[in-house]
Ligand binder design. Structure first.
Ligand SMILES: [Zn+2]
Length: 409
């Protein structure tokens, strides 16, 4: 039996998601709302007005992070629901904004039911999660958690040469550093899955146990350019053919390592990239993700041991590690809470890992944090076809509401 009394308003949630999608809506019903753009400003203004309308107090920190607070009966550290309003270019209407609209809907539900929480409840819009305009992604949560240096980050430029700080100031969202989130009882993020698993398994709620650790390498294979017509095959040092052998060998070894390992060669550049010239240089990326640090270590060994085959000995391989991160585990007690609440609402749920990065993984370094996923139709995201059913959105927000009520009750 489901004895829950308070539920969110699904129709209202849908309306607010549709309203947010108006800020930067594309021809094909996606969204382009780059961080600190005019569209981002409009979405922020709308979020602020919705929050103020129901009596929440809105603060902004020096990174443009927004915090809308419902006061609690004590002023102890708050419970925070958060995600991001920015999108990639031609992204979807759910990635990030769902978590913010969810927080707003939970707030509306708390206010209309006259709930006075034990501690303050905050809904947070985290600046520049996507890193689509100013790299890297998860910039503001990275600064908040001490992973990134503020001055380095705010000097990052977009393709027009405008810095993050200039853009932040130009939309009027440079607030005060004293408003930063320094402590909280919990950080909860509802997000779309961005992958195909929940839909494929017909499960409504994913309880995210961790964000996968990963490594990213850049591999350069060098050879020699010669005329594509006059140089016999036996006398060539073709960098691309050598690179293909290196890739194939690495692929075979990685495939044999562990069934849960995911690995991608997502970028390949060839020089001089002219059809009449034998390539003299190939640079490609290779990234891999897995929960286990031991498996990642084996991946690194495979990459570092890459060599060209003896018949291509005149070609050279050099590898450079660009970056890596360890697996981030979310708070086990919060994961259990999410799981139990989803089950008691009668929603199918499963534990899973996140292959994508999220703000919650940085917040987890100083605040007990957890995430839930809702299904992505066809697993699509960062694309105008991104879709999550209204019903699944509503289920996710009901679980979030119950989690907040459980913690602050
Ligand atoms: Zn996102």
């Amino acid at each position: 039996m489901n004895d829950q009394k308070v539920k969110i308003n699904g129709a209202r949630l849908q309306r607010s998601l549709e309203a947010f999608a108006d800020f930067g809506r594309t021809d094909r019903n996606g969204v382009t709302r780059l961080a600190l753009s005019e569209e981002d400003k409009q979405a922020r203004d709308y979020f602020r007005s919705c929050c103020e309308e129901i009596g929440l107090k809105v603060k902004v920190d020096d990174l443009g992070n927004m915090y809308a607070m419902l006061a609690g009966s004590s002023s102890e550290p708050p419970v925070v629901m958060g995600s991001h309003l920015d999108s990639v270019k031609k992204g979807g209407r759910f990635d990030g904004v769902l978590g913010v609209a969810a927080g707003l809907e939970v707030m509306r539900t708390l206010v209309e039911n006259n709930v006075t929480p034990r501690v303050p409840v905050v809904v947070m819009n985290v600046t520049n999660e996507e890193g689509a305009r100013f790299e890297p992604s998860m910039m503001a949560s990275g600064i908040l958690s001490g992973k990134f240096d503020k001055d380095t980050m705010t000097a990052k430029k977009d393709t027009d040469g405008l810095t993050f700080l200039e853009a932040l100031q130009s939309i009027g969202y440079e607030g005060d550093a004293k408003n930063r989130l320094t402590e909280a009882e919990a950080f909860l993020e509802l997000h779309i899955e961005q992958g195909p698993i929940l839909e494929k398994e017909d499960v409504s709620i994913g309880v995210v146990e961790c964000v996968l650790g990963m490594v990213c390498y850049e591999i350069e294979v060098s050879g020699e350019s010669d005329h594509a017509g006059t140089t016999p095959m036996s006398m060539r040092n073709d960098a691309l053919f050598a690179a293909m052998d290196v890739m194939t060998e690495a692929r075979g070894k990685l495939a044999a390592l562990d069934a849960d390992l995911v690995y991608t060669i997502g970028r390949v550049n060839v020089w001089p990239n002219i059809h009449t010239v034998i390539p003299n240089k190939v640079v490609f990326s290779l990234e891999a993700r897995h929960t286990s640090a031991d498996v990642i270590a084996e991946v690194e060994k495979i990459i570092q041991d890459m060599t060209v085959s003896p018949q291509k000995a005149a070609c050279n391989v050099s590898v450079q590690k660009l970056w890596g991160r360890d697996t981030v585990w979310f708070d086990p007690a919060l994961c259990r809470t999410f799981e139990q609440l989803a089950s008691s609402l009668g929603y199918s749920n499963k534990r899973m890992v996140s292959g994508a990065g999220h703000d919650a993984q940085f917040m987890a370094s100083y605040i007990p944090s957890a995430m839930i996923f809702v299904p992505s139709v066809n697993g699509k995201s960062h694309d105008e076809d991104e879709l999550t059913s209204w019903e699944d959105c509503e289920k996710g927000v009901n679980v979030l509401l119950d989690a907040v009520l459980t913690i602050v009750g």
